[in-house]
Design a protein around this ligand. Structure first.
Ligand SMILES: O=C(O)CCC(=O)C(=O)O
Ligand SMILES: [Fe+2]
Length: 206
């Protein structure tokens, strides 16, 4: 991986690598995943009303994985070969199992994800989440929970954002609407659910 060029713009616990794969490979993978994954659009209840979530999702995981976030909403899909290969490389680089992957498909700039932290108990206290972006460039926002200070980064196709350390405890993140974006983006978030990680993420892996 190349060095984290935008690091100084991001708070601690967020590392951005703009080019972990070529643009052409990232677009091929985007097209493949659009066609091949078992995309679903679950509905959630907000103040007693049901709403379809504003994006498509697919939860890919090893058979024994049970993740509270996905449990009621999404089927558990087995790993397609290209994502198994990607996981293998991430395991070697970061030393985490990455036994689950939540894939998000934002079909255009109207699709979005609201403010949240990925802080479910089964991700552990300092989870390492590896987030790969494919397709349209989208804005990613980060907000400190106590100070409300905000950060922004444009996530481009073929990039990797790593969230580790106290990033989930101290910050929320979101993917806002961008009305002018007409093409789609897929985001792959590799996670380790319900296991102690075998090795803590360290900046030595950059
Ligand atoms: O689409 C993104 O970059 C963010 C996805 C995300 O935050 C999540 O899946 O928890
Ligand atoms: Fe998230």
């Amino acid at each position: 991986m190349t060095s984290s060029q935008s690091e100084q713009l991001l708070p601690p616990g967020f590392d951005y690598y703009p080019k972990v794969m070529s643009l052409s490979k990232s677009i091929l993978l985007y097209d493949y995943l659009c066609r091949q994954l078992n995309w679903q659009q679950p509905s959630i209840q907000v103040y007693g009303k049901h709403h379809l979530i504003p994006r498509m999702q697919c939860f890919i995981a090893d058979r024994d994985v049970s993740y509270s976030y996905s449990k009621q909403m999404l089927d558990n899909t087995p790993w397609p070969e290209p994502l198994l290969a990607m996981r293998q490389r991430l395991r070697q680089t970061y030393g985490y199992q990455f036994n689950a992957l939540l894939a998000n498909w934002y079909r255009n700039g109207q699709d979005k994800m609201g403010w949240h932290s990925d802080d479910e108990a089964e991700l552990g206290t300092e989870p390492c989440i590896v987030s790969i972006s494919l397709g349209a460039t989208r804005k990613f926002k980060i907000k400190h929970k106590a100070t409300q200070q905000q950060y922004e980064i444009m996530l481009q196709s073929g990039s990797c954002l790593i969230m580790h350390g106290d990033s989930q405890r101290d910050y929320q993140h979101s993917l806002p609407v961008q009305a002018k974006v007409s093409s789609g983006r897929i985001n792959l978030t590799f996670r380790t659910v319900g296991q102690q990680s075998t090795k803590a993420y360290s900046s030595a892996h950059k």
